[in-house]
Design a protein around this ligand. Structure first.
Ligand code: PLP
Ligand code: SF4
Length: 341
């Protein structure tokens, strides 16, 4: 991948010379847009009429993602995923702060052991984008993340020989540096009963420059079998740079899957979902899950009913080969797996 950012940009924000220039993805993350007004202005939507929310879950969206939005279009499917709308502060019955029972499923702080053989680790609370429908948007990260916990996770996994797969999650685990991630993976690979390393990440979609040689090197250089589950909801999120980044991951030998959330006004249309599957396939990625919305406080306006979801799946089944059909599921507390719809 070519580095297109001019060198001058590297030190533009600081007069202090840096020993090593930050990788491009770090600089892109540092300059991400955090003010809704700035985003609206960048899109030529200064006169946006609807109220905005000032909830604790602030806006975050990097410029490279904004570049994929359509100018002057308030209903743009990428914009709607990130713009904090006024309806977020409304109350909706049945919506909570821990909709999938994360807290009850934590074996020790930051380690979620809900399904047989697989543990999910909350490596960080940070993301490269704030998705307004995120089911962990109210999660108490500070008590459950941090490098200090990693040794307790390793001890827990070492002691439980039924665990064969570790899932890096968060937040987005790929907001951490490759050096730190690769050291942790080396420690995990020493645990004999572990076989699979899975990464749940939206970074290749949001900041394709995150797919560095260093990342591919630790991901494929371990004895553990690598799986990456990315997260795209709409075909417009996958431009040529994203597609190229995805193909590089797959070519390096990583099983590459996508999960989406079914979102009202964004992808609740079978032709959009079919195009998403095809565009993913062209980028060497297979659809995995299509999630019903988790009922998290602030996201009720995105909900698509189960009945509507089933109708969309029926249409999808009629237009796609079986291997491009995502599994429609919902996540519930206290179940042994995700629930198939
Ligand atoms: C979704 C999920 C997994 C992985 O489930 P798969 O069906 O194997 O993809 C593991 N742990 C938790 C807590 C999850 O939410
Ligand atoms: S990237 Fe994932 S964890 Fe982060 S805000 Fe979006 S949905 Fe939530």
């Amino acid at each position: 991948m070519s580095i297109r950012t001019p060198i001058a940009r590297i030190t533009a924000k600081s007069s202090r010379p840096e020993a090593y220039p930050k990788p491009r993805w770090r600089r892109e993350l540092a300059t991400a847009i955090r003010q809704p007004e700035v985003l609206l202005q960048a899109l030529g939507l200064e006169h946006y009429e609807s109220p905005l929310s000032r909830s604790g879950f602030g806006m975050l969206v990097p410029h490279s993602y904004v570049a994929r939005m359509r100018k002057g279009e308030p209903r743009d499917p990428l914009l709607l995923q990130v713009l904090p709308g006024g309806h977020e502060s409304g109350y909706a019955a049945g919506y909570g702060t821990d909709p999938v029972g994360d807290l009850a499923a934590m074996a020790i702080p930051g380690l979620i052991h809900k399904y047989q053989g697989r543990v999910l680790l909350l490596l960080t609370g940070a993301c490269a984008i704030h998705c307004r429908y995120c089911f962990r948007q109210h999660f108490p990260y500070s008590a459950n993340i941090g490098h200090r916990l990693w040794d307790t996770w390793l001890a827990h996994i070492r002691a439980d020989t039924s665990i064969h797969e570790v899932i890096f999650s968060g937040g987005d685990p790929l907001t951490l540096d490759d050096r730190r991630l690769s050291e942790f993976v080396e420690q995990l690979a020493e645990i004999p009963h572990l076989r699979t390393l899975r990464i749940h990440t939206r970074l290749p979609i949001v900041l394709p420059s995150r797919v560095t040689e260093a990342l591919l090197s630790w991901l494929t250089g371990t004895r553990l079998q690598p799986v990456m589950v990315i997260h795209a909801n709409h075909p417009q999120e996958i431009d040529s740079e994203v597609a190229q980044a995805l193909r590089r991951i797959r070519t390096a030998g990583v099983l590459l899957l996508n999960q989406s959330v079914l979102l009202r006004g964004i992808n609740d249309c079978s032709s959009t979902l079919a195009t998403l599957s095809r565009v993913l396939f062209e980028a060497d990625t297979l659809p995995y899950y299509l999630h019903l919305l988790d009922r998290v406080q602030g996201a009720h306006h995105f909900e698509v009913s189960e009945k509507e979801a089933l109708r969309l799946m029926k249409e999808l089944r009629a237009s796609l080969p079986g291997y491009l059909l995502p599994r429609l599921v919902k996540e519930e507390g206290g179940k042994v797996s995700k629930t198939s719809i």
